[in-house]
Design a protein around this ligand. Structure first.
Ligand SMILES: [Ca+2]
Ligand SMILES: [Ca+2]
Ligand SMILES: [Ca+2]
Ligand SMILES: [Ca+2]
Length: 146
């Protein structure tokens, strides 16, 4: 009888301890879901590793998760057209389009094509600052005091 009385509180303590550990090591302001060294709350692509944070069209979505090149909110045929138009070009060439350079390697190629295909029919993001937009508005730099 006494042992049963003790088991319940112990189970509670164990559950609380577990939740505490999960809560502090999992999601939270310090989380870095994609492991690129940029915390989720300031990461312009929270689910894809992009340590450079390159965002050539300055809409708050990093190139790595922004295949919405024409900024209409959807990744579709017009975006595919922009990729095709610059396919095979390198930085400095007239056809080169930095917005299409998903992996930020200075060349528009198969890897960039893969970025678009993976999210075709979807939208840009997600990003962690909450300021991603299709209007080309600049996100405030989280490192600067406002
Ligand atoms: Ca990222
Ligand atoms: Ca962008
Ligand atoms: Ca689009
Ligand atoms: Ca590329």
């Amino acid at each position: 009888m006494k042992a049963g009385w003790m088991t319940m509180p112990l189970a509670f303590v164990a559950t609380f301890a577990f939740l505490f550990v999960v809560g502090t090591s999992g999601a939270g302001p310090d989380a870095d879901t994609d492991g690129d060294g940029v915390q989720d709350n300031i990461d312009n692509c929270t689910l894809l590793a992009n340590a450079s944070q390159t965002d050539t069209d300055n809409d708050g979505y990093g190139n790595r998760c922004d295949a919405d090149f024409n900024n209409d909110g959807a990744i579709g045929i017009p975006d595919f057209g922009q990729l095709v138009a610059s396919f095979g070009s390198a930085e400095g060439a007239p056809a080169y389009n930095a917005n299409v350079d998903c992996d930020d390697n200075g060349v528009i190629g198969i890897s960039d094509f893969g970025c678009l295909v993976a999210v075709f029919g979807g939208g840009p993001g997600p990003e962690g600052r909450g300021c991603g937009n299709i209007l080309g508005n600049l996100c405030p730099d989280p490192a600067l005091p406002f």
